[in-house]
Design a binder for this molecule. Structure first.
Ligand code: PGA
Length: 262
């Protein structure tokens, strides 16, 4: 049985708190009665917008996510945000290791691993972003990069607590495909997602973790179906095309049709 699909909006630092709240309220209102079926839809606003967006989403089926987190629970870490702090605001998931953070903020594989583990410990789903740069791709190092990032991110996975299997999402986001209107061809995306699934299959049985593998990078209404119709791809992480209610709802409609019936 294929996994239910997952559609995640990454609003990056594109919207103010006021704009984020207005967009969230619009989405929340317009998804009522839309019949998303088994599709899960989440939005990840910037930190300052989390509280107003949580308020706007109350009572809707849309989940709240954050774009980053720190791995400690509390302490003298000026400027950082804890997993429990995010959970208290209503976040159910959190992106980790987005390529913009790796590139601009110097986030390392090890830091991404600490963040993913910290989220799982408080019961939040990490959305672990992996993907090669253009240079790594051109020199034939796509697989090596993706596997290295993935192994580091999962190195601290807590062993299964038996009652509830923790959920982890891995987003394959080739750096060169992000924000440029130049997505990977769907065969290439499916191939990389298959590689990720193969890598995860050992962990899955051993620790009882449930995984989903999604694609991100220049996803839009014209190409979403070509990604989601692949059995290897359980969803999409969307940046630019998630910034308008009309655009994101169109994506949600396409994804809900492609998500298995429950
Ligand atoms: P994009 O961004 O859809 O604008 O390419 C995706 C992402 O960075 O997560």
């Amino acid at each position: 049985m294929p996994n239910a699909k997952l559609l995640i909006a990454n609003w990056k630092m594109e919207l103010s708190a006021t704009e984020s709240r207005a967009l969230a309220a619009d989405l929340a209102g317009r998804t009522v009665g839309l019949g998303l079926g088994s599709l899960t839809v989440a939005v990840c606003p910037s930190f300052e917008a989390l509280a107003p967006v949580a308020e706007a989403l109350r009572g809707s089926d849309l989940l709240l996510g954050a774009q980053d987190v720190f791995w400690e629970g509390s302490g003298a870490f000026t400027g950082e945000v804890s997993p429990d702090g995010l959970k208290e605001l209503g976040c159910r998931l959190c992106l980790v290791g987005h390529s913009e953070r790796r590139r601009v903020m110097g986030e390392t594989d090890e830091m991404v691993g600490l963040k993913a583990t910290a989220l799982l410990k408080v019961g939040m789903m990490p959305v672990i972003c992996v993907g090669e740069t253009a240079e790594e791709r051109e020199s034939g190092r796509r697989d090596e990069t993706v596997v290295r990032q993935l192994r580091a991110a999962l190195s601290g996975l807590p062993s299964s607590s038996a009652e509830e299997s923790p959920a982890v999402t891995v987003a394959y986001e080739p750096v060169w495909a992000i924000g440029g209107g130049k997505p990977v061809d769907p065969d290439g995306a499916a191939e990389a997602c298959r590689l990720i699934r193969d890598e995860l299959s050992g962990i899955d049985g051993r620790l009882g973790v449930s995984f989903r593998v999604i694609y991100g990078g220049s996803v839009d209404v014209d190409n979403l179906e070509s990604f989601l119709s692949r059995p290897e791809i359980d969803g999409a992480l969307v940046g630019s095309a998630s910034l308008s209610a009309d655009g994101f709802l169109s994506l949600a409609k396409i994804a809900s049709v492609l998500s298995p019936r429950i």
